[in-house]
Design a protein around this ligand. Sequence first.
Ligand code: C2E
Ligand code: MG
Ligand code: MG
Ligand code: MG
Length: 284
Amino acid sequence: RAKQEGKNRYRFFAPEINAQASERLFMANSLRTALDRDELKLVFQPCMDLATLEVAGVEALVRWEHPQKGTILPSRFISLAEESGLIEPIGEWVLREAARRVREWKNAGIFAGRVAVNLSPRQFRRSDLASRLLAMLGEAGLAPRDLELEVTEGMIMEHPERAVVVLTELVAAGVSISIDDFGTGYSSLAYLKRFPVHSLKIDRSFVSGLPADRNDRSLTRAVVALAKSLGLAVVAEGVEHAEQADFLRRIGCDFAQGHYFSRPLDTATLGAFLREARTQEVHS
Ligand code: C2E
Ligand code: MG
Ligand code: MG
Ligand code: MG
């Protein structure tokens, strides 16, 4: 009888689980064709120098323009792409597309900063990452210093010895490395010292409570102090208010991104944003 009840219980929960599973299956299948159908797009969020308020660079963020479902954010499809392996062609497309856009802005004389691209764990595990990346930059007519790669603490700590080798190869070629969502994962401070990284990006969850929240104030101060003592730059993510930007500038944070400065913009709008920033520079 207990067995039977167990079965019934299983059946009771099954439809819900099935709905979730079939949603994922549907997404996985349509993601497979998304690349071929040209449904992926990049948006770019400016990263501001807090001292000068100039655009220091941009971060490329992927969007899926689904013909029926509209714009789908990466939180809904990146992990799926990671599991299915589709992240490899998608990640490759993101890198090429970002490089192509930067080439366009450089040609138009409106951009002199870096483009930051998020890497996924699977991409980071590939032993030919550095050579493929450098070849791709060459094809796009960009230099390694035009590119910044964002990795997470989890990606590095998965296999620290391998990460040191890969990062060292990239950095030797001139690519910049930043640790994204810093503070949300686990990094060993001993490794942090050994890793050839250039900047820490303070996760949005620590910025959102600024400047009122005492714990967030302590944490952001601690990360800035840590970065400075290791000779790294600090970027704050998710800055939404002037008060947050002021606080971060006062504690010595170098760069900031967030809706207060600009939302992620499509290519045309970013072009206009950069052109305007340029004009302001020339006139001031
Ligand atoms: P992330 O790299 O930490 O990117 C920052 C996220 O914060 C972006 O979300 C951005 O739109 C959002 N954001 C920026 N400023 C603000 C703000 O002021 N307030 C709030 N509430 N949010 C802000 P998005 O574009 O949805 O991307 C989410 C995550 O997906 C990214 O986090 C990144 O980890 C991943 N991702 C995005 N594009 C790619 C990609 O091309 N490849 C890989 N592997 N991952 C990507
Ligand atoms: Mg990022
Ligand atoms: Mg991230
Ligand atoms: Mg982040």
